[in-house]
Design a binder for this molecule. Structure first.
Ligand SMILES: [Mn+2]
Length: 300
């Protein structure tokens, strides 16, 4: 692995190089600029770059956790060279890259790219954490067995996750007849908290916790948010969840489970709409704060 310090590393204008160098960093940001199977709009390949650009404008003191989270050390790898690969090869590349992060005993954060990139990360995490489950936050169920002639499309990711470990879906609100039939067959390991459950169920977050195993990998499709705050995504769906609602859920998970890695995918930057890029960057940073500081952090 090439461990050089890149110019636009996470928090580039704010974090001193000593906190962005590989050796001392506990977290590693991987970039997977890939959007070959995107079906509606392409452009998520520009997601990682936009998140890193926005990260340089974040306040590095976490206002909620009252923590200088960057002091854990956040190293940013150069982008994986996957642009023209077939999905299978891209997924293998991601799997190997994430496995290397685990072998170095560091914490992986993967930035997409379209959602299929997460399959590689989940395979890497599942190879190490045998009792893992995936928290899958998304507007879409992504439960097709095959789409556009491939089993590795962005539309099939949760189906591939399920072949590996239990999956808990949160915030979903869009699916096909085939996916509904699959859900109706009660596939083992699948639990769903769609937007209607969230609206109806006062204790939905507690139920999410109950559905997850001790080790949790989090796959965050940015389109889980309502498009009013997150228009910059390939396939936006109305009626999504809000910033505090998602954060509440993630904070509760970080407090009670071991989060073993996460990804933020499907940001499709729109020139001039920097709020979406900034939200994605802050989400990455906040989730790191929860993971590294929530057990002993004092708020206020
Ligand atoms: Mn989605």
């Amino acid at each position: 692995m090439d461990n050089e310090l890149i110019d636009k590393h996470f928090g580039w204008s704010q974090i001193k190089p000593e906190y962005a160098q590989y050796r001392k960093s506990r977290a590693v940001i991987l970039q997977c600029p890939y959007d070959l199977t995107a079906s509606y709009q392409k452009g998520t390949r520009k997601g990682p770059e936009a998140i890193l650009e926005a990260s340089g404008h974040l306040e590095m003191f976490d206002d909620e956790m009252k923590a200088e989270t960057y002091k854990i050390g956040i190293y940013t790898q150069t982008p994986l060279k996957v642009e023209s690969m077939k999905p299978e090869a891209m997924i293998e590349t991601v799997k190997n890259a994430v496995t290397e992060v685990y072998q170095a005993e560091k914490f992986p954060v993967l930035l997409g790219g379209e959602h299929s990139v997460s399959i590689g990360a989940v395979r890497a995490a599942g190879g190490i954490y045998k009792d893992m489950s995936v928290l899958h936050c998304d507007a879409h169920h992504d439960l097709r067995d095959e789409y556009d002639g491939t089993k590795y499309s962005h539309a099939c990711v949760a189906r591939r996750f399920l072949e590996q470990c239990p999956v808990v879906q949160v915030g979903t609100r869009s699916l096909s007849r085939e996916e509904q039939d699959f859900i109706n067959s009660n596939p083992p390991g699948l639990k769903i908290f769609d937007v209607y459950d969230i609206l109806d169920m006062a204790l939905w977050k507690e139920n999410v916790l109950r559905a997850l195993s001790e080790d949790v990998y989090i796959s965050l499709d940015i389109d889980v948010f309502d498009p009013s705050i997150m228009p910059s995504t390939g396939t936006p769906e109305p009626g999504g969840i809000g910033w505090y609602e998602l954060l509440d859920c993630l904070r509760m998970i970080a407090r009670t489970k071991r989060i073993v890695g996460f990804d933020v995918v499907e940001l499709m930057p729109i020139p001039g709409v920097v709020s979406s890029d900034f939200i994605a960057a802050k989400l990455v940073y906040r989730l790191l704060s929860y993971i590294f500081f929530s057990k002993d952090a004092k708020r206020g």
